[in-house]
Ligand binder design. Structure first.
Ligand SMILES: Nc1ncnc2c1ncn2[C@@H]1O[C@H](COP(=O)(O)OP(=O)(O)OP(=O)(O)O)[C@@H](O)[C@H]1O
Length: 919
């Protein structure tokens, strides 16, 4: 081998070595690199797997290779285990919990299989909670490791509208879904409680054919494709009417008003073609959607792109007929229930229509007005109750802040009293006496409200009644008294509200939850009597009526005025401030002027019907109702018996004001409250006309003028006042502490005087019966005694002395005679009248007329008679003794006019007492 070859071989060898060394080095690096790359690929795979979710990864074709690669099998296995773990809670409990939830929130036809209800009309009357959910199909969580099925249901009526979006391929599934839902709803409630409207942009007929039998019962209306505006107008009108009629302020929806539902639901189904509606329709539909739920309007919008600003549930149906809905979210695939059997649907609808017709033609009774459960409603926001029915639907009357007062008109015999009974019964059954108080006054000759107070035949009474006035037709003052009472109560409530820094009763009730703040409904039947004359009573009544009508609404005080003929009531129509407040108008057949001028609905009204209008009588507010018989036996009387039985044990009986009754002195609270005392005694002269039934009082102070005169020709009337006065004085003195001189100067009065003496003796007092023979001596003796005390510098304390004199004027001739000191009896009487009161000597005298009083006393002496009660004397005769308002007084049987110069600016009417057994 040459040296050259040798070197080459060595070089090559060295290179070989180098290459081997380099190769070895490079081989190491590449292995390292491969390992690193594998690790990184595994990490990235895991990130992808978990980031997008195992399910999506499993379905992703781009990842198919990676998923099959054994390199990643560990990561895949770990992610699958974790997924099962994550779903464990859901898989074990979720579907079952959902099933239970749907079961409880969607009772009966709302979720049960159709076999158990389809074809049987529903019974729910809306007073029970309405199902919150309605079943549409079965759902499954696509990604769950073990796909378990659960029922899917959506909220409807009162809770949410429904939007269904389908494709051309799935439209028939959408129609099936809508039909199923409508059948569930229609079959849950009593026929008539749900009305369906259908509008289809593409078809006059054709959509939802299975429901057509409902048309004949008026439960399905199919609208012309070209007339969507008519349907939308109808729905808008309905919302407005419900808002003014049934939704008294604060009632959030029709479901709150009056227990049993008073308004049917209206379900409007609109089928579109996936193109937007015209702009104006779009806007109107949005308005209906916004305000409809509270008014009982449910929109089912199919394939109309629209956004609405109110709760709405969306079901989206894919071309493969699977659906998703907003209720369950994007991960749940819903298999919608198949349509109910073709033949069964029209049969079921026919059954509903038949039942509805049967209900409509059936005469509704008083019992139908009553709720299933008594006394469940709250009057915080107002009161509402059905008063009758129209086509089987209840027609309510609502009184609240927005419809504060009601005016009822109807000629005699048209059923006004019956209407009032129906209304009062329906209200009293819903609201407990703690929620509602009734003040009932009847100016009719009859005694229509008497039955609400305890009577001899029927001792039960209506627990809500706080006052019942009957036979008040001649006492218009009682109307004034009631209005004055309401006005005072209104002020009391306003003050309480102010203290709590609120303005309305509803807020006051919230602020003062333990307070007793019921709504007050005051009914005045034949109220026009109050305004019958041009006199101070009418003036006062008008002023008070205006006060209560304007300000009662926010204090929960509501007036219901009824009359045979309201057309001529000046106080009413002449004062817009009054009648504008009477937004509820109820017109019975042939009534005039109760409704607005152009609204003649009452003329056509059949017997026993009423137009109920909550919009001040304008035509669109008309609702016609047939009023059931509420007067027959077993109606209002039976309800009253039941309510009476349930009354709270400490509830007082209503005050009964019976104009034909004579108040008994002995039982009068004001009389029983009298006790001996050191102060000035008070005489009770009769009962004034007020809500409390209080007595007319005169305080016998030790000042001039504290004598009392009775003026009139009838001894019995005079005696009722004088004896009542004397007996009330007797209660205020210990026996023997006062002297009573009882003098009869006319024969008619003798028995009354004798009886008074006996009654005074019976209670331990000294009473001296005197007559014409003794009168001169009595007057002289008394006058001399008084004069003596006046000159005496240190007189003994005076002994109270009451001279009860019947027929003072009869002694005039006798008293005109002068005695040895040249002083006449008339002068002595004057001394007694003038100076007696300061020395506790008071005259309670009867003069048989104003002229006789004037004749028997010198002119200045009239001033010494500070208080008087006049009976059969015309007002103008009394003008010399009292203020100008006496002029309007015309005497009436068993009523006196009372005036106390020290206390009154105007006289008051009094009812004389029954002071004990007749003589
Ligand atoms: N809805 C009704 N269904 C059956 N009978 C009725 C109905 N309404 C009233 N009646 C009967 O008609 C008669 C007259 O009714 P109601 O006394 O209510 O009339 P009114 O308008 O108050 O008459 P008036 O002013 O003369 O008393 C009564 O006998 C009553 O029972």
């Amino acid at each position: 081998m040459s040296r050259r070859d040798e070197r080459r071989r060595r070089i090559e060898g060295a290179f070989e070595e180098f290459r081997a060394a380099v190769a070895a080095a490079l081989g190491n690096a590449s292995r390292e690199h491969r390992l690193l790359a594998d690790e990184r690929a595994r990490d990235m795979f895991e990130v992808m797997l978990r980031g997008d979710g195992v399910d999506r990864a499993l379905d992703d074709p781009l990842l198919a290779g990676a998923l099959a690669n054994p390199l990643f099998s560990q990561q895949l296995a770990r992610a699958l285990v974790d997924r099962v773990e994550a779903f464990r809670e859901w898989s074990e409990h979720g579907p079952d919990e959902l099933a239970t939830l749907v079961d409880s929130a969607a009772r009966g036809p709302a979720s049960r299989p159709h076999e158990s209800w389809l074809g049987r009309p529903g019974t729910a009357d809306g007073s029970e909670p309405v199902p919150e959910l309605w079943r549409v199909g079965t759902g499954v969580v696509r990604s769950a490791p073990e796909p378990r099925r659960f029922p899917v249901a959506v909220p409807l009526l009162d809770h949410a509208h429904l939007h269904v979006a389908s494709t051309h391929e799935s439209r028939h599934t959408a129609e099936g879904l809508v039909e199923n839902l409508l059948l569930r709803v229609l079959s849950h409630f009593q026929p008539g409680l749900v009305h369906v409207h259908v509008w289809d942009v593409n078809a006059l007929t054709g959509s939802l054919p299975g429901l057509y039998p409902l048309t004949r019962a008026g439960l399905l209306t199919v609208h012309d494709p070209a007339r969507l505006h008519e349907l939308l107008d109808e729905l808008s009108d309905h919302i407005r009417r419900v808002h003014t009629g049934v939704l008294v302020e604060g009632h959030q929806s029709v479901r709150a008003a009056g227990g049993r539902r008073t308004e049917p639901w209206r379900v409007a189904v609109l089928f579109g073609n996936r193109r937007p509606l015209r702009e104006e329709h779009q806007q109107q539909l949005q308005r209906v959607a916004r305000n409809g739920l509270a008014a009982g309007i449910e929109l089912v919008i199919v394939d109309i792109p629209i956004t609405v600003n109110s709760p709405i549930e969306t079901v989206t149906i894919a071309p493969d007929q699977t659906a998703t809905c907003t209720m369950t979210g994007a991960h749940v695939t819903v298999a919608l229930d198949p349509p109910f059997p073709r033949a069964a649907v029209p049969r079921a609808c026919a059954a509903i229509a038949d039942e509805r017709e049967a209900r409509r033609t059936r005469q509704s009774t008083f019992a139908d007005l009553l709720p299933e459960h008594l006394w469940r409603e709250s009057s915080a926001a107002g009161v509402a109750a059905p008063v009758g029915y129209q086509d089987g639907e209840p027609v309510p009357v609502a009184l609240g802040d927005t419809s504060p007062h009601a005016l009822i008109g109807g000629p005699s015999g048209s059923g006004k009293t019956n209407f009032l009974y129906a209304m009062l019964g329906s209200l009293a059954a819903r609201y407990s006496p703690d929620e509602l108080e009734l003040y009932l006054l009847d100016f009719k000759e009859g005694v229509s409200f008497a039955q609400f107070a305890p009577g001899r035949k029927d001792p039960t009474w209506l627990p809500h009644a706080r006052l019942v006035g009957v036979n008040v037709n001649t006492d218009r003052e009682f109307g004034v008294a009631l209005l004055a009472f309401l006005s005072d109560e209104m002020r009391r409530r306003a003050d309480a509200a102010k203290r709590h820094e609120v303005t309305k009763l509803e807020q006051l009730r919230e602020e003062d939850p333990t307070g007793h703040w019921p709504r007050i409904v005051a009914v005045i039947d034949e109220f026009q009597y109050m305004f019958g004359e041009r006199d101070p009573v009418t003036a006062q009544a008008t002023q008070l009526l205006e006060d209560v009508a304007r300000r009662g609404r926010s204090q929960g005080i509501h007036l219901v005025l009824s009359s045979q003929d309201v057309s001529s009531i000046q106080a009413f129509w002449g004062r817009s401030a009054i009648f504008e407040q009477f937004t509820v108008r109820i017109a019975l057949p042939k009534s005039r002027r109760v409704l607005a001028d152009m609204n003649d609905a009452a003329t056509e009204l059949p017997r026993w019907h009423a137009v109920v209008n909550h919009e001040s009588g304008v035509r669109p507010g008309n609702e016609v109702a047939r009023i059931p018989d509420a007067t027959a036996r077993g109606t209002i009387d039976a309800l009253q018996a039941e309510l009476h039985r349930r009354r709270p044990p400490d509830l007082a009986e209503p005050i009964l004001f019976d104009g034909s009754k004579v108040p008994a002195l002995a039982t009068l609270p004001d009389f029983r409250a009298l006790r001996p005392s050191d102060g000035n005694p008070t005489v009770l002269l009769g009962q004034v006309i007020d809500v409390a039934g209080s007595a007319a009082k005169v305080r016998l102070a030790r000042t001039p003028g504290r004598n009392v005169a009775v003026l009139g020709s009838i001894a019995a009337e005079a005696a009722a006042v004088l004896n009542g006065a004397a007996l009330s004085l007797a209660r205020q003195h210990e026996p023997g502490e006062a002297t009573f001189s009882v003098v009869w100067l006319v024969e008619d009065a003798k028995p009354f005087a004798e009886r008074l003496c006996k009654q005074l003796h019976d209670v331990g007092h000294e009473a001296f019966l005197k007559d014409l023979n003794d009168v001169q001596q009595l007057i002289t003796g008394t006058a001399v005694g008084i004069s003596g005390r006046m000159t005496d510098k240190t007189p003994a304390p005076p002994v109270p002395h009451y001279l009860v004199v019947y027929g003072v004027d009869a002694a005039h001739t006798l008293l005109e005679q002068k005695d040895e000191s040249k002083t006449s009896g008339v002068d002595r009487l004057r001394t007694v009248l003038r100076h007696g009161p300061e020395h506790r000597t008071h005259v309670l005298g009867w003069w048989r007329g104003v002229q006789r009083l004037k004749n028997s006393l010198s002119p200045g002496a009239y001033d010494d008679i500070g208080a008087w009660v006049a009976f059969d004397i015309q007002g103008k005769e009394l003008l010399s003794l009292g203020p100008e308002p006496v002029l309007s007084w015309s005497p009436r049987p068993r009523r006196g006019l009372f005036f106390d110069r020290f206390e009154h600016s105007r006289p008051e009417v009094v009812i004389p007492f029954d002071t004990g057994e007749e003589p």
